[in-house]
Ligand binder design. Structure first.
Ligand code: P61
Length: 463
């Protein structure tokens, strides 16, 4: 019997990647002010910055692209896309958008506003930004195990139902227009939410007349984890599991750039006719006519095809296992990683990796810089650069200091992953010589994208 789980595809078209020398990368880092967002992608060998919009489309998706109908109104591509989304989610109204945050912006403009409170297992940063921009408050209620990076647990993505109950009691159901569950829960490490948690959240909210929405951008990965880990689901198809997840909800937002396997796209789907009506009016103002929503007809066709392909269990088995393989390899070498490995990324725990670098010297940033220098690999800091603040000269760190290595879908092979693991292990071996960083420039908002850094001990430049 064979045990190796292989890529369930063969490669028809390839894209070269660029090899650079260490000296070149050293210079590129200096020119980018040690901020990996400011590198040119051509200077990156293996790009693990994000799994969003970076998937390789299949030959069938490319064929669907050619079949796209670019009619302004009533496009055939829309009806194909709408049917796939309705069959999967059973929601009555399907509104395409150019990406996930556009769906969030429209939804929270309609239901948010001053005095409103939106609870979640954890809001992703664009979701939080859109909730807060509407004037509402975004409240994260993850389960306590979500913050313990070194402890294994099957469903660390769950929402804490006791805290949700308390919140409803405190602010009143009338002030909670909806609750949103992010599946999988990106901000705590791509951890899945259990079916039980979705069902119980829905039951609790139902008692108070509060709708449940899913932030569904990684719904298929979440459904596969349920199949693997939750009692009673091992013999169910992932398609049926996904349908059951949606059956407890009243609507969803989706960034199709993840589990719909496309490079651009998203949607809002829901049952409430009044909210759908208001959403369509906003859609026309910023995104476009309701049968294209800021996309080309061909994008809708590619999404429709991707939403079906992502539920292929051979694909999901390979996907989840290949991310876990990366995490296991690092863990075996003693590198501190968040466990268990999530669905779309491996997260390094920078506090344990660099205990000599304090939070205000950004240990996650320091590791991300070294990993690029070592192997040309781009990752992203998710810690005090992204979430830390200086309030009245006081530094307030993020709870977790992480480095995310997100795996684009169907893009890299096992040898790319082996190479990336080797580079990280090399960095780990010389961890004691790695300096912290200070910020030399930052913009007023979302500083991680454009901030400038320099190593704290100038004479020990990285490497
Ligand atoms: C990512 F650094 N995620 O993980 P849009 N919900 C969830 C997401 O993960 C998500 C969106 C909604 C990204 C891209 C990204 O500051 C950043 O289609 C759970 O990107 O609008 C996106 O979907 C938004 C990375 C976004 C960032 C914003 O890499």
């Amino acid at each position: 019997m064979t045990n190796t789980i292989i890529e369930p595809f063969k490669i028809k078209s390839v894209e070269p990647i660029s090899f650079t020398t260490r000296e070149y990368r050293q210079k590129a880092l200096r020119e980018a002010h040690y901020n990996l967002f400011l590198l040119r992608a051509d200077d990156v060998l293996i790009d693990l910055l994000t799994d969003s919009g970076t998937a390789a489309m299949s030959s069938r998706q490319w064929a669907a692209i050619m079949d796209g109908d670019e009619s302004y109104a009533g496009s055939r591509s829309f009806f194909k896309f709408e049917k796939v989304v309705k069959d999967l989610t059973r929601f009555n109204f399907v509104i395409p958008t150019h990406q996930g945050r556009a769906a969030e912006k429209i939804l929270f403009t309609v239901v948010g506003g001053r005095g409103k409170v939106i609870p979640s297992n954890t809001h992703f940063d664009t979701t939080r930004a859109n909730v807060e921009f509407s004037g509402a408050a975004a409240v994260d209620l993850p389960v306590p195990s979500a913050l313990e990076t070194d402890k294994r647990s099957d469903f660390k993505g769950d929402i804490d139902l006791n805290r949700l109950k308390d919140l409803i009691r405190k602010v009143g159901a009338a002030n909670i227009p909806l609750c949103i569950l992010t599946v999988t829960n990106n901000s705590v490490g791509g951890q899945p939410v259990s079916m039980r948690n979705i069902r119980e959240t829905s039951a609790l909210l139902n008692k108070h007349g509060i709708p449940l929405f899913l932030d569904a951008c990684r719904f298929a990965e979440n459904a596969f984890f349920i199949k693997l880990r939750e009692p009673g689901y091992k013999d169910k198809s992932v398609h049926d599991i996904a349908q059951e997840m949606f059956s407890y909800a009243d609507g969803c937002t989706m960034s199709a750039k993840k589990d719909a396997l496309v490079n651009i796209g998203g949607f809002l789907a829901l049952n409430d006719a009044a909210i759908a009506e208001k959403s369509r009016s906003l859609l026309i103002m910023t995104e476009g006519f309701p049968t294209y929503g800021g996309l080309a007809g061909r994008d809708l066709d590619a999404m429709a095809q991707g939403l079906e392909e992502v539920l292929d269990e051979d694909y999901l088995k390979y996907r989840i296992r290949s991310v876990e393989y990366f995490g296991d390899k690092l863990e075996k070498a003693g590198v501190p990683v968040l466990v268990p490995t999530g669905g779309h990324a491996v997260f390094l725990d920078a506090k344990r990796f660099l205990p000599h670098v304090p939070a205000h010297q950004y240990p996650g940033q320091a590791i991300a810089v070294e990993v690029y220098l070592e192997g040309g690999i781009r990752s992203v800091e998710i810690g005090s650069v992204m979430f830390g603040r200086e309030t009245d000269g006081e530094f307030v760190g993020a709870g977790l200091e992480l480095v995310r290595l997100a795996i684009p879908r169907r893009v890299y092979t096992q040898s790319h992953i082996d190479y990336a693991a080797e580079a990280i292990i090399e960095v780990f071996k010389r961890r004691e010589r790695i300096p912290g960083y200070r910020i030399t420039y930052e913009p007023p908002y979302l500083r991680h994208f454009t901030a400038h850094f320099e190593p704290v001990v100038k004479e020990t430049t990285p490497g």
